[in-house]
Design a protein around this ligand. Sequence first.
Ligand SMILES: [Zn+2]
Length: 98
Amino acid sequence: MATDYDASRRTEDEEKEESREARRLTSGEQDKTSGKVDEDETEVAESYELPGADLSHETLSIEVMPKQTDEFTCTSCFLVQHESRRSSPGADVCADCA
Ligand SMILES: [Zn+2]
């Protein structure tokens, strides 16, 4: 019974052919896999970077623009404005909000 089962399931020739086909499939799949891996990496990178990159860019855009000595923060719109846009001396309100 067992011998018949093994013989009907797989012969040596079939095993050799299968191994050859497997090697062909594997070699062929490697090219496909490399493309799939790139796509996966891109997808993973995008899904990973989207939330983090936005936050980091937001933080950077804020940190890159420190308030200069000739600038003030408007107490109304909270934007950093140049001294020339101060509505009146001593008042931290820009010309737009005055
Ligand atoms: Zn303002």
